[in-house]
Design a protein around this ligand. Structure first.
Ligand SMILES: *Cc1c(COP(=O)(O)O)cnc(C)c1O
Length: 497
């Protein structure tokens, strides 16, 4: 059955999935949501017999209904291939009473790869389906992880170009090296003098520039966005929750239909929203445990029903969760408002204007599936150490936040259901803070020496993503001011600014 996508703010008419993927954001500023959440159409036992790629097809076909079987299977085959260092794509690892769903086996060793390795193919297919002759130019501002994952996903994908801006002095040395060594003739990376907000504002300005849009069009280009509110990133993330459940069933760790809990280290609320969709498709998930770091806006929201971004922004050891506006939460708010776009739009307007909104009691009742928790930096570091000492397994700081919150949840509720914890990054991506948690002194070692040491103590080979940048040549050395970003883009595309 066909599913169309409408805006969470009611302001636009429903469109097919491929058009929602191309647009990213609705014209009224809302996010695209499916008109209804489809139900799983296979038995749990059937999923248990499938590969990751087969599961991906079975789930994605329920949402992306205007893609043909051949198109979807082709996108899936191109995305989940040898870029991943395991055939399982998303393996489960048991440690200390929970299953860690490792979502970091792709090209950039963080979970963003799960969606960003398929988005470029969903997008180019969508362009073809909608007779768009223009080349798609992806424009991204990044605070570190998304930029590299998007670069890796779009590099050398025909019909696309990708431009990434990052704050020159605002990312880690490893993150910068990952980006500036990116291969692919369709890639462009530039550092800007300014912080992440300046980069983000610059990108938004370019998107809003009608004159530039027309000049681009005249030269056969059009902009698009790869950020996490694109429905083409959300749908592929539902797959691994079904796959995780099916793996537990196949390995006889659970009985068919047995309820499990899911814990997700959360920033922009995309990953945990995918788990919520999986639950509402009929996957036997009981609680959705939302783990925050010290930027605990979401914890406070689940406690009080008030979302309040007016607070100090804390730089933590889990930077990919340092977020005060969780964009994807809007999709949940819309859902618990009874799919009432006007009600949602009013709350989002309050958020934009005052930085705060409160939901009504009836909506709070709809949040009973969720449990919010948070972990301090100290607890996170201690968890990395105790997990290592107890089991030999090394967690990255984001996953460790989830692990702390899970412990708190178990103590508080006495709920001992089998639990899957989303493991969102390899410890090798955050080597220094991981090693500082396990050992006391690391100051005299550079990041690569630390990676070798981590490899030695964990018994895990240094991932290719780290190995490869050790000696890789710098291919991008552009630096500009925030107000020169549009010129840089035009220069790269070979058109007049
Ligand atoms: C992006 C990211 C998160 C947060 O995921 P959301 O979908 O934004 O909630 C958590 N951990 C890591 C390592 C990430 O890169």
């Amino acid at each position: 059955m066909e599913i169309l996508y409408k805006s969470t703010r009611n302001g636009s008419k429903p469109i097919p999935a491929s058009q929602a993927v191309l647009k990213g954001l609705a014209d009224d500023g809302g996010l695209f949501v499916p008109e209804r959440i489809p139900a799983l159409d296979r038995t749990l036992e059937e999923y248990a017999g499938m590969s990751y790629q087969e599961t991906a097809y079975e789930i994605m076909k329920l949402y992306l209904t205007d893609y043909t079987e051949e198109e979807l299977k082709d996108c899936i085959a191109k995305a989940y291939d040898s870029k991943f260092d395991t055939k399982k794509i998303a393996p489960l690892r048991e440690a200390d009473g929970a299953w860690y769903l490792e979502l970091f086996h792709g090209a950039t060793i963080a979970f963003k790869d799960m969606a960003l390795s398929i988005l470029p193919h969903l997008m180019t297919t969508a362009a073809r389906k909608n007779q768009i002759g223009n080349e798609i130019v992806i424009l991204t501002a990044t605070s570190g992880d998304t930029g590299k994952a998007a670069l890796a996903g779009f590099a050398d994908v025909e019909g696309t170009r990708i431009v990434v801006f990052y704050p020159k002095n605002g990312v880690s040395p490893i993150q910068e090296k990952q980006m500036v060594t990116q291969k692919g003739s369709n890639t462009f990376v530039a550092g800007i003098h300014g912080n992440f907000d300046d980069a983000q504002t610059g990108v938004k300005k370019i998107f809003a520039d009608e004159g530039l849009k027309n000049r681009l069009d005249a030269h056969g280009f059009q902009f698009s966005s790869a950020n996490s509110i694109n429905i083409g990133r959300l749908v592929p993330q539902i797959v691994y929750y079904v796959y995780a459940y099916a793996t537990l069933l196949k390995e006889e760790k659970i009985k068919s239909g047995e309820q499990i809990n899911v814990v997700v280290p959360t920033g922009n609320f995309g990953n945990i929203l995918a788990a919520y969709y999986a639950k509402h498709m009929g996957l036997p998930i009981d609680r959705l445990i939302c783990a925050s770091n010290e930027n605990k806006v979401l914890y406070d929201f689940f406690q009080s029903g008030t979302y309040d971004r007016n607070r100090e922004f804390v730089l933590t050891s889990s930077p990919s969760m340092d977020i005060l506006i969780s964009s994807n939460l809007e999709r949940l708010i819309y859902q618990i408002a009874g799919a009432d776009g006007d009600k949602n739009a009013a709350l989002m307007a309050a958020l934009a204007k005052e930085g705060v909104y409160t939901i009504e009691e009836a909506m709070r009742q709809e949040l009973k599936d969720f449990y919010g928790g948070y972990a301090s930096m100290q607890e996170t570091g201690e968890r990395i150490r105790t997990m290592y000492e107890k089991t030999g397994y090394v967690l990255d700081p984001h996953t460790a936040v989830a692990s702390v919150v899970y412990e708190t949840y178990r103590k508080e509720t006495g709920d001992h259901k089998k639990t899957v914890i989303a493991s969102t990054a390899s410890p090798f991506k955050f080597t220094r803070s991981v090693m500082e948690s396990i050992r006391t002194s690391c100051e005299d070692m550079d990041d690569f020496a630390l990676a070798d040491e981590l490899s030695r103590i964990s018994g895990i080979a240094v991932p290719g993503a780290v190995e490869e940048i050790r000696t890789a040549p710098v291919l991008h050395d552009h630096i500009c001011e925030a107000d020169e970003m549009a010129e840089m883009v035009c220069g790269f595309l070979g058109i007049e600014g």
